[in-house]
Ligand binder design. Structure first.
Ligand SMILES: NC(=O)c1ccc[n+]([C@@H]2O[C@H](COP(=O)([O-])OP(=O)(O)OC[C@H]3O[C@@H](n4cnc5c(N)ncnc54)[C@H](OP(=O)(O)O)[C@@H]3O)[C@@H](O)[C@H]2O)c1
Length: 364
């Protein structure tokens, strides 16, 4: 195997930390001696050992004279853990191969001789949230919308649960698991009463911070998202002048009520993002609804967005010409449906797009 291939394995190790390492980046490390991997390491959580140290530990004496692959430049400073460069030198590592340099100025370009830039683009993409966080003091904002084929995000009665299928919902849970926080508008809480939890057993226990923008504290204290998980993992962002009684009732549920600067009478989203970053939120998933997304887009705060295209549409019998699909789940029923075919309508489930991870398309 060559540098390219070893770095591929290193990037896969790093990705095991997705959703767990913030405010630190995802890092994997691999010690290679005489053409064989002799130690692997993953940075699993902020405050826990860095990937390089784990890999060196696993390699033991075999690290002497070996090469070390790491997707991000090893640190030379003391943070919550000792500098990795010291550990590399002590272990007798001969060569260090790095995916990309660390944007954190404390680390950048100092302390150890390295080969930089092996699979650099992939290494950058893997930690793009961390790179943005360091550069701007804001989390990477991903906007997610589940959409019907006819471009609607809710049914005629305003409900949006179940407008996609199982594969798309599973993908949604994976996206939540990879985010440090989930953001919704109070309109969605009032309409859909979501839990905003990660409910895929294979993802293990994960609880991204649930954040609601709710200028006037309309979130009902009995809302589902206040009942699930650790209460402290819910934050309700309001503005000055929000009813004190509502703040007391919500705080009594254990959630944090955060007063934010106002913009046009509502929560200033940029100020909220800055505060979340200050608390270590590196990546944020905005899950609707329409008003919140419009505000985020208008303010230029969205880094990437996507619509789930794994769309389930129920078809009713034969469709009239010119209307390829009539989505009964999204249109207001007006009186009795006009018969479209001589026989009784047949309800069919039609999966229109791929399943699994590819069911979600993100802008680059
Ligand atoms: N298909 C999907 O993916 C999806 C996902 C989620 C929701 N939905 C659907 O979307 C609908 C709810 O959406 P919605 O547009 O009515 O409400 P929303 O976007 O969930 O919430 C909007 C509310 O958030 C509060 N807010 C506070 N600061 C804000 C700011 N800076 N910018 C925007 N809003 C701010 C405002 O209420 P205050 O002024 O009181 O603060 C505003 O009315 C429901 O029908 C739901 O089913 C669909």
């Amino acid at each position: 195997m060559d540098d390219h291939a070893w770095m591929g394995r290193t990037l896969a190790l790093a990705a095991q930390g997705r959703g767990l390492t913030s405010p630190n980046p995802m890092v994997g490390a691999l010690v290679v001696s005489d053409g064989a991997a002799v130690g692997e390491g993953v940075h699993r959580r902020a405050g826990e050992p860095h990937a390089e140290v784990e890999a060196l530990r696993a390699a033991g004496p075999e690290a002497r004279g070996a090469s070390l692959y790491v997707n991000l430049e090893p640190c030379v400073h003391r943070g919550r853990t000792p500098p990795c460069v010291d550990a590399l030198l002590e272990a007798g590592i001969r060569r260090v191969v790095v995916g990309c340099l660390d944007p954190n100025p404390v680390v950048n370009g100092r302390g150890v001789e390295v080969t930089v830039g092996v699979r650099e683009e992939e290494a950058r993409v893997l930690n793009r949230a961390f790179f943005k966080f360091i550069a701007t003091g804001r989390p990477l904002v991903t906007l997610k919308t589940a959409m019907t084929l006819d471009g609607k995000i809710a049914a005629w009665d305003g409900a949006s649960r179940w407008i996609t299928g199982e594969a798309a919902r599973a993908e949604g849970h994976r996206m939540r698991a990879g985010a440090d926080a989930i953001l919704v508008g109070v309109g969605t809480v009032l309409r859909d009463d979501p839990e905003l939890t990660v409910r895929l057993p294979e993802l293990g226990p994960r609880e991204p911070l649930r954040v609601v923008v709710d200028s006037r504290l309309r979130t009902p204290p009995e809302a589902r998202l206040l009942k699930v998980g650790a209460p402290a993992r819910t934050l309700i962002a309001c503005v000055a002048g929000a009813p004190a009684e509502a703040a007391r009732a919500l705080s009594a549920r254990g959630v944090e009520v955060l007063g934010c600067p106002a913009r046009d009478g509502r929560v200033d989203l940029d100020a909220l993002l800055a505060e979340l970053a200050r608390r270590g939120v590196v990546s944020l998933l905005a899950e609707g609804g329409g008003e919140l997304h419009a505000s985020l887009l208008e303010a230029g705060l969205v880094d990437r967005s996507g619509a789930q295209r794994c769309i389930r549409v129920k078809l009713l019998g034969v469709l009239p010409p010119g209307r390829p699909v009539r989505s009964l789940e999204t249109e207001r029923p007006r009186g009795r449906p006009r018969p479209l075919a001589p026989r009784a309508p047949r309800r069919t489930r039609l999966w229109l797009a791929g399943r699994g991870p590819s069911s979600f398309v993100l802008s680059p």
